[in-house]
Write a protein that binds this ligand. Structure first.
Ligand SMILES: Nc1ncnc2c1ncn2[C@@H]1O[C@H](COP(=O)(O)OP(=O)(O)OP(=O)(O)O)[C@@H](O)[C@H]1O
Length: 341
């Protein structure tokens, strides 16, 4: 749905020039929640602002639904922008307008009649969970509520694409999660394509299905979120995966574990995008005469299912049968770390 080729942006002043985005190629599918992650200064904000030409590209092309955004006149761009909503880290609300008037603003600009406007505003207020706050001013709202107004305003003209520029970075973790849940809801309900930039891998893990990693203005790695989690290639990507999964230091404890637990087998279970086998431990305990002792692990949830590892001790009369079941009947990968001494 979105095809970006050779996109670049160079900021020049009389003394120096900075290449914020360099020869960037990306394809984004219809209905994707596509995350772009990078550290501060990587060029993420510039990239996302190029997509609706809040920044003018220095080179390259951006096609959205086969329309070349980069070649549009100012008038064509105004119309095309109705299909591209945007939300911001600091919300960018109009402080002198109430919630309902903020949401009505883009409808006024696109010339929607007053009665239709009122109806649409009420729909949007219900959608984002702000009923009762219609007459409140932004200064009377929490950060999460302000972002809900931002989302409602961005959706007012039924866009096909929603750009999110660090939309949860100013929010606490709980509010972040509720805003991310709302974005997933909107993506599912309306098939809206979402492009989200962030410096937090947690955000990518929770809602994205594709991710691109940016460093020094370039995309250095991209792919399905699960693939990138499983096989991060670049140093910067490994660092981001560590934000969620830890840095593998726990492996150093394995010797302590194997010395402390000597009965049965100690196995490492890899859950890779699991949805069907998340209840594996309880299934084993019900089916076989075994004791299962969870020793260590970290499982996290992604859009593609559970991902992570568990180290468990399995002992008991039906140990071999239980191990065979994991190998043959489940899709969880198993590695035996230690057999009984
Ligand atoms: N208007 C501007 N004029 C000059 N340089 C700019 C401008 N905007 C961004 N830059 C430079 O471009 C580079 C990329 O900045 P950008 O804001 O896109 O990065 P970012 O990854 O979004 O970082 P952050 O998360 O801190 O905003 C930086 O070196 C920045 O200083």
């Amino acid at each position: 749905m979105i095809s970006i080729e050779g996109l670049s942006k160079v900021f020049t002043s009389n003394k120096s020039s900075v290449t914020a985005v360099e020869s960037l190629d990306l394809n984004i599918n219809d209905g994707d929640i596509f995350g772009v992650i990078g550290y501060s200064g990587a060029g993420k904000s510039t990239f996302v602002r190029l997509l609706n030409r809040l920044e003018e590209p220095t080179g390259g092309s951006i096609k959205i639904n086969n329309e070349d955004i980069t070649a549009m006149t100012a008038r064509q761009l105004r119309i095309a922008r109705q299909d591209i909503g945007m939300i911001f880290q600091h919300f960018n609300l109009l402080w002198s307008r109430t919630v309902e008037d903020n949401i009505a603003f883009p409808l006024e600009i696109s010339g929607v009649a007053k009665l239709d406007r009122q109806k649409r505003v009420q729909e949007l207020i219900d959608l984002v969970g702000l009923s009762g706050k219609e007459k409140a001013y932004p200064s009377q709202l929490s950060g999460g509520q302000k972002q809900r107004v931002g989302i409602a305003r961005a959706l007012a003209n039924n866009p096909k694409v929603l750009l999110c520029d660090e939309a949860t970075s100013a929010l606490d973790p709980e509010t972040t999660n509720s805003i991310l849940d709302l974005l997933v809801d909107i993506n599912k309900q309306f098939g809206l394509t979402i492009i989200l930039i962030t410096h937090e891998m947690h955000v990518i893990r929770k809602i994205c299905n594709h991710v691109a990693v940016m460093e020094s203005g370039k995309v250095v790695e991209q792919g399905d979120v699960m693939d990138v989690f499983l096989h991060p290639r670049q140093h910067v990507t490994k660092k981001f995966v560590e934000q969620v999964m830890g840095n593998g230091e726990e492996d150093e404890n394995i010797r302590d574990i194997t010395e402390a637990y000597t009965e049965g087998k100690i196995v490492r279970l890899h859950f890779i995008g699991e949805t069907t086998n998340q209840a594996l431990i309880s299934q084993l305990a019900k089916k076989y005469e075994v004791e299962i002792n969870i020793l260590q692990g970290k499982i996290t949830q992604t859009q593609a299912g559970a991902y992570g590892t568990l180290i468990v001790q399995i002992a008991g009369n039906e140990l071999d049968e239980a191990v065979r079941y994991i190998k043959e009947k489940s899709s969880v990968e198993m590695e035996v770390i230690q057999n009984a001494k």
